[in-house]
Design a protein around this ligand. Structure first.
Ligand code: 5GP
Length: 184
């Protein structure tokens, strides 16, 4: 069966159109996977995925990485059912792995204001990893107010709400195989 790739989607009365196709996403992940494999060629990095949004990105990018690696997850509070951030971050689930002395790559679906990544970077730094870098599928550069050092960026996007490929709107739309953007 083909993946779920409609031209348009309507959720809660809001209309979304295709913004990044399945092919564009996979092409870019292939490049990023190769880059990570080179950068960490003599190391065994641990990918830490930020739930829920990053689970599909993490699953796909890991399969373009051809060096030994591990995976773990954490979870932060989400937007709820809104399209704008609450401006607060809370931990909902912590990692299980001991990352002291490990090379950590934080995997995020999207950096918006940068609050979540800024918070997580400080939090994980305190656990004394050997190195810590951030990979995000999407970056709303114009919306980013907090200081975040992103090492790997899939796509820079405008400051508009997106969904699909793991990202939701009111918990829907994660199963879409590509990224959709809100129609203005
Ligand atoms: P930040 O802390 O950078 O403001 O926001 C990061 C989090 O907000 C992301 O992990 C994601 O869960 C959510 N988010 C930000 N922008 C969007 C968006 O356009 N669509 C969706 N579905 N989530 C978003």
């Amino acid at each position: 069966m083909d993946q779920y790739l409609p031209e348009k989607v309507n959720i809660n009365g809001e209309q979304f159109r295709v913004y990044l196709t399945q092919e564009e996403i996979q092409q870019r992940l292939k490049q990023l996977g190769q880059q990570i494999s080179q950068d960490y060629s003599d190391k065994k990095p641990i990918f830490i995925g930020v739930l829920n949004g990053a689970y599909i990105f993490l699953a796909d990018i890991m399969r373009y990485v051809n060096i030994p690696c591990e995976v773990d997850f954490l979870k932060l509070s989400s937007y709820g059912d809104e399209k704008v951030s609450s401006g607060e971050v809370h931990d909902l689930k912590n990692i299980d792995a001991d990352i002291k002395g490990r090379h950590v790559i934080l995997i995020e679906d999207i950096v918006d204001t940068g609050l979540s990544m800024n918070y997580l970077y400080s939090k994980l730094s305190r656990l004394e990893p050997a190195s810590l870098s951030i990979a995000t599928l999407l970056h709303k550069q114009d919306a980013t107010k907090h200081d975040v050092k992103i090492r790997y960026t899939g796509f820079k996007i405008p400051d508009l709400f997106v969904l699909g490929y793991g990202l939701d709107y009111a918990q829907e739309g994660r199963n879409l195989g590509q990224i959709y953007i809100l129609e203005e």
